[in-house]
Design a protein. Structure first.
Length: 342
């Protein structure tokens, strides 16, 4: 163990897209545990789009990160020291210790991963919050039926890639939307999507309509913006829209140019009897995690789910990687390896 705890704190609140200067890398002494506590050493840090909202002081479903405080984030850690009867040194846990090397816990909120997990970082992705989000949003809100057409934006991301594969398991036609030819090819050739449309290419809306000749029954919303504009006229009567994220809008400082389309949206929801529901995964579905874990573990074991990580080395590289995430530069679930395993 080193004597230094590196941590990345919020230095300033972004206006528009975050910049590296909005973060500050600090070094402090490693904290000391007392009775009933464990010292956690971070090995993997999850980077996720929701973190952009936590950098803002606008009212939301969770408190913002205070200026000068450690950036929030899910982590997979090893127990470095333990004065807690339920934890022993070297044990792996899923935690929420944020962008830092070391943190103290009294055991609350920790999820045990065992002494020798096969893929510990999977707890941040396919077996963690993104996989859980995909599973509950699609199955509980989307309610896929055999033969339905599902469209999912950010199709090769941590959530979208799981949505599409679960949709195929449930017997649906799955059309992805992704940025770039490489990601679209991966969605079709590796993830098994029926089609994937490049939103950066010319004629995107027309290509999406051609791929969804029978309309769209479920649109899993991760992006918003021009993707939703192209989806809206294709929605079938009785369509369902699980609203997971709106990454295209997270850096916006004003409303988009053009006419107010709220009346058109509301009219479409009414006339076509469309269900559109937002959700926050652990607020709404925490009691159903075991159901998800059982299904996802089985699908992984059977080779029905493919999972890709975008692994970046070094805590110091987290700010730049996060900025890239908001711009769609990652390919797969973005994870920072903060330290080596012991």
């Amino acid at each position: 163990m080193t004597n230094v705890n590196r941590k990345i704190v919020l230095a300033s609140r972004p206006v528009g897209a975050p910049v590296v200067e909005d973060f500050c890398l600090q070094q402090t002494a490693v904290p000391t545990i007392t009775e009933g506590e464990v010292l956690l050493r971070s090995v993997y840090l999850s980077l996720d789009p929701y973190m952009r909202g936590r950098m803002s002081d606008a009212k939301s479903y969770a408190e913002p990160v205070a200026l000068g405080e450690v950036m929030v984030g899910g982590t997979v850690c090893q127990v470095e020291q333990s004065n807690h009867a339920d934890y022993r040194q070297g044990e792996w846990v899923l935690s929420y210790s944020g962008w830092q090397d070391y943190a103290i816990s009294n055991g609350e909120g920790l999820l045990k991963l065992g002494m020798h997990p096969t893929h510990p970082s999977y707890a941040l992705g396919v077996m963690g919050m993104p996989g859980f989000t995909a599973y509950m949003g699609l199955l509980d809100i989307g309610k896929p039926q055999q033969g339905d057409t599902i469209v999912v934006a950010a199709a090769t991301g941590a959530v979208g890639s799981m949505v599409g594969q679960i949709g195929k398991i449930k017997g649906c036609r799955v059309v992805g939307v992704a940025g770039g030819e490489q990601k679209c090819r991966y969605a079709k050739e590796v993830l098994g999507f029926d089609d994937c449309i490049d939103h950066k290419a010319d004629g995107f809306a027309e290509k999406l309509a051609k791929a969804c000749e029978k309309g769209i029954d479920i649109y899993y919303e991760n992006v918003g913006g021009k993707v939703f504009d192209a989806v809206l006229p294709l929605l079938n009567t009785g369509a369902r829209i699980p609203l997971c994220g709106l990454i295209s809008q997270y850096n916006a400082t004003e409303l988009p140019q053009g006419p107010d389309r709220m009346s058109m949206l509301m009219g479409t929801l009414l006339v076509k009897r469309i269900k559109m529901q937002g959700f926050i995964i652990f607020d709404d579905y925490a009691d159903r995690y075991d159901e998800f874990a059982a299904d996802m573990s089985q699908w992984l074991a059977e080779g029905k789910i493919h999972y890709r990580e975008d692994l970046v080395q070094g805590l110091e590289n987290a700010p730049q990687a996060f900025i890239g995430l908001l711009d769609g530069k990652n390919f797969g679930k973005l994870v920072i390896q903060t330290n080596s395993a012991q």
